[in-house]
Design a protein around this ligand. Structure first.
Ligand SMILES: [Fe+2]
Ligand SMILES: [Fe+2]
Length: 594
């Protein structure tokens, strides 16, 4: 064997050094910056250099030119990241319906195989690439917000290796095993894999959500709010996050030039004024061209007198003749409230809301059972929503629950939580304020988030019902378990037995855009009286029309066309219900006597 001389040692040393350096360099090829950093910067750059017409004309070619090489590297490697303990083959399943190929897919070494798989909506091409052990970084789905996001499977290069994946970005990766019938999108669990190639079955499956396209949305992404913020407080709204007899939360919006906010309040016409400072937070919708950032304020009025009328002014207002007023819950058992089905940011709802308030000025508060807007993370839609109801919700609290449109494509209901100050007494496993309860006089309101885990709320619902001494118990949530189109077996199995056991009087929901009031029901069957069963009602607050609403043997009253509001008058042991159409004709009424 030839001995190595010093020169050769040097060459070996430098080769090893170079190898280590290369290795280190490879390790560092995943940039530190996040996709969000890069997109935030790009959008700031867009706003400072382009007019709205140019922004709206952004296409794939123009989008690509917005980024330098390093930024493109972030977009190509930081969207979906994980570490593998052994060398692997990563498969990317890309919908053939996606018109624009992710820009990084081919250039980063993924190769299209002849394999495909399906779900009910798509055929997916399978693209593959081998990775050494270490970090795997995958890129964005595109700039066009295509909602059938690619998904991923991972297999060891050596079949004897056991793959362990860790360090996921985004966190909370849901991992399963690839086979037919597997969930791909956590926000649409029924849309499962079909025709999975035999050789891919058993691979590690990384699921996703359809909303992830929004993270890099540039093509057709930008919107304009019809109601931009200003230095003058607007979107003034009352809610409760605590006891309706002694507290009130007042919320409003300004532009970002206003740094502080406060509310002056007093018992009507008394001399004793109090001031409470508001909490402020910055809210961003980076795609709203004319109003990207706003300030939202929440002032929490506490230790109020029950059954008392207060008036209030939001800073900088000082003229009491312009004050708005509200009344805290008193200590009797008489009150009324109004409930609406879906409103979808339509002006037709604003008219209905004004009519309801004019018809029933004594109404203590309003509630909407979800789908207030179409896209819950588009702030311009919430601006429309607040504009529609601005003459009512500055005097009467608005107590809502999220619908699927307020919590879309797996992205969560952050704007709902940010915009409404509600009780934080909900269960673990559901973001606070999306599920909560409050008691108004002798009535318990269970405000449930049907768009979140049913299971996570079940025990909490039982606790709430078991510990309440309220005369009346009313549950409000978006997906009503009995309807003509899609019954919700999980809700029927988990929640309905509790409504039966603790005798919930009314269950109010929306989503189906029609009107249905059931006969009293117990265990899924019609019973003889309200004292034995629960009445399920579905309504819609904007114009709606169905051609066919099938048969519903449990229904007492149904309308397949119309727009409605519902008034509830509670006086001790009597509840009187009346539903009105847009022209304020009575379309349904009943009474429950306890
Ligand atoms: Fe809806
Ligand atoms: Fe809905």
């Amino acid at each position: 064997m030839k001995k190595m001389n010093l020169k050769n040692y040097r060459i070996l040393f430098f080769s090893v050094f170079a190898l280590i350096l290369t290795f280190c360099t490879q390790k560092q090829t995943i940039p530190e910056k996040s996709v969000k950093d890069v997109m935030d910067n790009a959008i700031s750059h867009i706003y400072s250099t382009m007019d709205s017409k140019a922004i709206e004309s952004i296409d794939q070619e123009k989008a690509m030119k917005l980024f330098d090489e390093n930024e493109l590297k972030v977009l190509a490697t930081r969207h979906w990241v994980f570490n593998t303990n052994v060398p692997v083959v990563v498969s990317i399943m890309r919908s053939t319906r996606q018109k624009i190929m992710p820009f990084w897919l081919e250039s980063s070494g993924f190769e299209k195989t002849g394999l495909t798989m399906k779900n009910e909506q798509n055929t997916y091409e399978v693209w593959q690439k081998s990775f050494d052990k270490g970090t795997v970084g995958l890129g964005i789905n595109g700039f066009e917000n295509f909602s059938y996001h690619y998904f991923v499977s991972v297999a060891p290069q050596n079949p004897k290796d056991k793959v362990e994946l860790s360090g996921f970005i985004p966190e909370n990766q849901i991992v399963s095993i690839l086979d037919n019938g597997k969930t791909i999108y956590q926000d649409w669990t029924e849309l499962v894999t079909m025709e999975v190639p035999e050789e891919m079955k058993g691979q590690i499956l990384l699921t996703t959500i359809r909303g992830r396209g929004k993270e890099s949305h540039l093509i057709g992404a930008f919107r304009t709010t019809a109601y931009p913020s200003s230095a003058v407080p607007d979107q003034v709204m009352l809610t409760w996050s605590s006891d309706p007899s002694t507290t009130m939360d007042i919320q409003w919006r300004t532009n970002t030039t206003v740094e502080t906010g406060s509310v002056k309040y007093r018992i009507r016409e008394s001399a004793d004024e109090k001031t409470v400072q508001a909490e402020k937070f910055l809210m961003e919708d980076r795609e709203v061209m004319n109003d990207r950032f706003i300030h939202r304020f929440t002032a929490k009025l506490r230790d109020l007198m029950p059954g008392t009328e207060y008036e209030y002014l939001i800073s900088p207002a000082t003229d009491w003749t312009t004050a708005e007023s509200f009344t805290t819950a008193g200590d009797n058992d008489s009150f009324s409230f109004v409930w609406f089905g879906d409103t979808h940011q339509k002006t037709a709802f604003g008219e209905l809301h004004d009519k309801a308030e004019a018809a029933f000025p004594e109404t203590a508060f309003y509630t909407i059972s979800g789908d207030m807007v179409d896209y819950g993370l588009y702030r311009d839609e919430w601006d429309n929503f607040f504009e529609n109801s601005k003459n009512v919700i500055n005097k009467k609290p608005l107590m809502n629950v999220p619908g699927n449109h307020d919590n879309r494509l797996g992205l969560g209901a952050k704007m709902f939580r940010d915009l409404f100050s509600y009780p934080t007494n909900g269960p673990d496993g559901v973001p606070k304020e999306q599920t909560y309860s409050f008691t108004y006089k002798n009535t318990l309101f269970l405000m449930l988030d049907a768009t979140s885990s049913t299971e996570a709320q079940t025990h909490w619902i039982e606790q709430q019902l078991a510990s309440s001494s309220a005369t009346w118990k009313i549950a409000i949530f978006h997906f009503s378990p009995y309807n003509f189109e899609e019954p919700y077996p999980d809700i029927q199995e988990a929640w309905v037995p509790l409504f039966d056991k603790y005798h919930v009087d009314l269950v109010l929901g929306g989503h189906l855009h029609y009107y249905m009031r059931s006969n009293p029901m117990k265990a899924g069957k019609v019973v003889d009286s309200h004292s034995e069963g629960t009445t399920y009602i579905i309504s819609i607050a904007i114009p709606a029309r169905h051609n066919d609403i099938g048969d519903e043997p449990y229904a007492a009253v149904r309308y397949k066309e119309g727009q409605f509001f519902q008034h509830f008058k509670i006086e001790g042991n009597e509840l009187k219900y009346t539903a009105f159409d847009f022209d304020e004709n009575i379309v349904d009424t009943f009474k429950i006597q306890k």
